[in-house]
Design a protein around this ligand. Structure first.
Ligand SMILES: Cc1cc2nc3c(=O)[nH]c(=O)nc-3n(C[C@H](O)[C@H](O)[C@H](O)COP(=O)(O)OP(=O)(O)OC[C@H]3O[C@@H](n4cnc5c(N)ncnc54)[C@H](O)[C@@H]3O)c2cc1C
Length: 455
C-alpha cells in the first residue's frame, strides 16, 4: 500500500463529493493534500456515486442561457427556509446558496464536469428549474469527473483503502491516525483536516438512536456511512446538531432496488397502497414519503403512471436500468392495473376516477394535491416501491467556512463537509429539499478547500 508523506498541509478523509471538492480546491490554492478513502468500492458505493447528481443553484448561467431569469440565491434561500419551516441553520443555508454560482463554475471549469440544467420537472419545494446535473443524471458520472480532476493534480496524494480512525490536537495542527483493512497503521502530521466521511446511515445503532422512525425501512445509501466523523467529533467535544434529520425516499422499486425518480410524480404519477388507495399528496416531497410508504401494509406501495410520464423519467440512468431489467410492465386497462397490484378492480377504478376529477377541477383532492399535469392514458404501469433512508442530514456543526465548532467557536484547522456536517434540512425528513445533499457536500467541500488553500 502507498504511504503518505508524514507531513502534509491537509488530510481529507472521504473521497465523495465533499472530499473531492475540498481536495481539488485546496490543491489549486497551493496546498499539499493527503486524501484517505476507506472503501475500495467507493466508485460505486459512496453516496455521491449512488446519487442522481442534482445540484440546486439559484441564478446560474445555465438558467440564464435558456431564459430563466427570475431565480437567485435569495430565492433558493427562501425555498430552503419554507421547506424547513424556518428551522434550517440560517448561517449555513446562506453560505451554501451564496457559494452556488462560484461552485458551479468551479465544477464546470476547474473540474471539467459537463453540467447541464435539468428541465424534466420542478422538484417539490423548489420554485424554479434550477438543478444542475450530468447528462445521464448518474452520480457515478459526476463522481468519475471529480476523481479524474483530483488525479490530474500532482499535489493530491490519494490512498485507498485507508480509514481515518482518530485525530489528536497538537501544536499548530493535528496528528491523524489512519488504519488499512489489514491492520496497518499510519500517522500523518498536518495543519488541517477535512472530515468528509458522510453521515451515519449505515450505522444501525445510531439510526435507531437518532431516527427511530426509519429504522424498519430499507437503507439505500453507502455502506461506509458509519458515522466516523461524528464519533471523532464527539470525542473532541465538537458541537453536533440536527441528528434526527435525514433524506428519505418513497419510491425505491422493490425487489429491484432501483430508485424511480420523483420526476415521474411531478409529471403525473401517483402512489396507492395494496388496497388501491392513495395515502398522501405526493408533490409535497419524496423525503417525507419514506415513512408514509413504510406505514402502508407490508411497507409497500405502487406507483402508477402512463407513457407520457415514462418519457419524462427516461433521461435518468437509474430509470433506464429499471426499463432494461424488464421491471416495467404495461397494461391496457384498470383490470390490468388491479391484476398487477393484486387489489380490487373497483378500488383502483375509483382512485383513477377521483384523479380525473381533481385534474379537471370538478373535485378537490382531499389529500391536498393540486398538480395533475395531464389525465393518465392507457397503457398504464404500476411499480411496487418501498420507503428508504438515503442519508442522514445531521452531524458536526460548522460555520460559513466549513470550520467545525466547539462551544460555538471554530476549532482551528478542523473542517467538515457533506454528510459529516449538519445539513440545511432542519429536523426530521420533511425539510429535505431536493439537492440539499450534494449542495452541502460540494458547497462545504469547496468552502473548506478555499479556506485551507487560501484562494
Ligand atoms: C440513491 C441516492 C440518490 C441521491 N441523489 C441526490 C441528488 O440527486 N442530489 C443531492 O443533492 N443529493 C442526492 N443524494 C444525497 C447525496 O448523495 C449525498 O448527500 C452526498 O453524496 C454526500 O456526499 P459526501 O461526500 O458527504 O458522502 P459520500 O459520497 O458518501 O462520500 C463519503 C466517503 O467517505 C468514505 N469514508 C467513510 N468513512 C471514512 C473514514 N473514516 N476514512 C476515510 N474515508 C471514509 C466513504 O467510503 C465514502 O467514499 C442521493 C443519495 C442517494 C443514496
Amino acid at each position: 500500500m502507498a504511504e503518505f508523506e508524514r507531513e502534509t498541509d491537509v488530510v481529507i478523509a472521504g473521497a465523495g463529493a465533499a472530499g473531492l471538492a475540498a481536495a481539488i480546491k485546496a490543491a489549486d490554492g497551493g496546498a499539499t493534500v493527503a486524501l484517505l478513502e476507506a472503501s475500495s468500492t467507493f466508485r460505486q458505493g459512496s453516496n455521491t456515486s449512488m446519487s442522481t447528481s442534482m445540484i440546486p443553484v439559484g441564478g446560474s448561467r445555465w438558467q440564464e442561457e435558456i431564459g430563466i431569469d427570475g431565480d437567485s440565491p435569495d430565492i433558493l434561500y427562501q425555498d430552503i427556509m419554507t421547506k424547513t419551516k424556518g428551522s434550517a441553520d440560517p448561517v449555513l443555508a446562506r453560505a451554501l446558496v451564496d457559494v452556488g454560482r462560484d461552485l458551479s463554475e468551479f465544477l464546470a471549469n476547474d473540474c471539467e464536469v459537463p453540467l447541464e440544467l435539468l428541465t424534466d420537472a420542478v422538484f417539490p419545494g423548489h420554485t424554479h428549474k434550477r438543478h444542475l446535473c450530468v447528462h445521464d443524471r448518474a452520480g457515478r458520472t459526476l463522481h468519475r469527473h471529480l476523481l479524474e480532476a483530483a488525479e490530474k493534480r500532482s499535489n493530491i496524494t490519494m490512498v485507498v483503502p485507508l480509514r481515518l480512525v482518530d485525530l489528536i490536537e497538537i501544536d499548530d495542527g493535528w496528528e491523524v491516525k489512519a488504519e488499512s483493512p489489514d491492520g496497518t497503521n499510519q500517522e500523518i502530521i498536518t495543519g488541517s483536516v477535512v472530515l468528509a466521511t458522510n453521515g451515519f446511515g449505515a450505522n444501525a445503532e445510531r439510526v435507531a438512536r437518532h431516527i427511530p422512525e426509519v429504522v424498519d425501512g430499507l437503507y439505500f445509501g453507502g455502506d461506509h456511512s458509519l458515522g466516523d466523523a461524528l464519533e471523532i467529533g464527539e470525542r473532541l467535544g465538537a458541537d453536533v446538531g440536527f441528528l434526527d434529520a435525514y433524506q428519505g425516499h418513497g419510491s425505491v422499486a422493490t425487489p429491484h432496488g432501483v430508485l424511480i425518480t420523483w420526476t415521474a410524480m411531478m409529471n403525473g404519477a401517483f402512489l396507492v397502497n395494496a388496497c388501491g388507495k392513495r395515502f398522501g399528496d405526493e408533490t409535497t416531497g419524496y423525503s417525507e414519503f419514506a415513512v408514509k410508504v413504510i406505514a402502508q401494509p407490508e411497507a409497500q406501495a405502487w406507483m402508477i403512471y402512463d407513457k407520457a410520464v415514462h418519457e419524462k423519467a427516461l433521461p435518468f440512468a437509474d430509470y433506464q436500468q429499471m426499463v432494461e431489467s424488464g421491471g416495467i410492465r404495461w397494461v391496457e386497462d384498470v383490470a390490468g392495473l388491479a391484476s398487477l397490484i393484486g387489489c380490487d378492480e373497483a378500488a383502483i377504478s375509483a382512485t383513477l376516477e377521483g384523479i380525473a376529477n381533481f385534474g379537471s377541477g370538478t373535485a378537490v383532492d382531499p389529500l391536498g394535491r393540486t398538480l395533475w399535469p395531464h389525465e393518465l392514458e392507457s397503457p398504464f404501469t404500476a411499480i411496487k416501491v418501498t420507503g428508504a433512508l438515503f442519508h442522514t442530514q445531521g452531524g458536526l456543526r460548522v460555520n460559513e467556512h466549513a470550520n467545525v465548532l466547539r462551544e460555538g467557536k471554530s476549532i482551528p484547522g478542523l473542517y467538515a463537509a457533506g454528510g459529516a456536517a449538519t445539513g440545511i434540512s432542519g429536523n426530521g425528513a420533511s425539510g429535505y429539499l431536493s439537492g440539499n445533499g450534494l449542495l452541502g457536500a460540494l458547497g462545504l467541500g469547496y468552502l473548506a478547500g478555499k479556506a485551507i488553500g487560501h484562494g
